[in-house]
Design a protein around this ligand. Structure first.
Ligand code: PEP
Ligand code: MN
Length: 269
């Protein structure tokens, strides 16, 4: 990405109706899809679209700290694709291994997410690069919690891009150790640095950076002030009835809508 800056400087990534760099991309939706309550995702999908989001996120398989916590369910992949059919929104899901990768691609997922925990999993990054080489699929690469130098993040993206598909989005999502009181150490401030060193768009995830719904809007706006090309925000029609991070972190559609409105206004300044 660093070496090929001039090559790829004019490359434009398009997701649904948004071309990165031309308007602020907003990906929003549930942390985790609840396979027992698919209507929550369908309602969330309609609500985030109404709130101004351009793409829907929904966790199918989840990297959980506790092995006894809900780990996700392949059935949620059908629910995510049904939400796409109902709303027209392109969809994003995290994959953690090659089996999940191929299931997601076969189902038609538009954006693959590499989670923070796998950001340095070079075999997975290679497998993804190989699998998307001949497709337009976009990869949202989260910054690892454990990543230090900026070159470590950029090189991880290069693992995917080196196979030929340049559609990678860099996603700061907070690092460890956490800033006391926040879930992680918010890192939206690395956006100008990333944008200077690569041509790849930067899509900040304020939800995992701060980890609490009431702090998310400020972090989202800070990211835009730092020059982010997009935001990835957890949202749910009824956060308290959600699973995974949603009870703590998800914005209601109302707060999401207001945050998107302010973020878009700031982005045009
Ligand atoms: C998520 O997006 O829900 C998630 C698990 O993200 P991260 O990999 O950044 O923790
Ligand atoms: Mn989450």
């Amino acid at each position: 990405l660093m070496d090929r800056r001039s090559d790829l400087a004019s490359h434009r990534i398009t997701l649904g109706s948004v071309t990165l760099g031309e308007e602020l991309l907003v990906i929003a939706g549930q942390c985790t899809i609840d396979p027992k309550n698919p209507n929550f995702l369908y309602e969330t999908a309609h609500a985030v679209k109404e709130a101004g989001a351009n793409a829907l996120r929904g966790g199918v398989w989840k990297p959980r700290t506790n092995p006894y916590s809900f780990q996700g369910d392949v059935k949620s992949l059908d629910i995510l694709m049904e939400a796409h059919r109902r709303t027209g929104l392109p969809v994003d899901a995290e994959v953690m291994d090659e089996t999940q990768l191929h299931l997601a691609l076969d189902a038609g997922v538009h954006m693959l997410q590499v989670g923070a925990r796998n950001a340095l999993n070079y075999s997975l990054l290679r497998a993804i690069g190989r699998a998307v080489a001949d497709r337009k699929t976009i990869v949202l690469l989260k910054r690892g919690l454990h990543m230090g130098p900026i070159s470590e993040f950029i090189s991880a993206a290069e693992y995917i891009v080196s196979f030929g598909n340049p559609n990678v989005l860099l996603c700061p999502r907070g690092t460890a150790p956490a800033l006391d009181g926040y879930r992680n150490h918010p890192d939206e401030s690395i956006t100008p640095l990333l944008k200077e060193k690569t041509w790849a768009p930067v899509v900040v995830d304020p939800s995992h950076s701060v980890g609490k719904a009431s702090y998310v809007p400020a972090c989202a706006l800070a990211a835009v002030a730092y020059g982010a090309d997009g935001l990835c925000i957890e949202a749910h029609v009824q956060p308290s009835k959600g699973i995974g991070d949603d009870p703590k972190q998800a914005l209601t559609p109302e707060v999401l809508g207001e945050t998107i409105r302010q973020a878009r206004q700031l982005w045009t300044l």
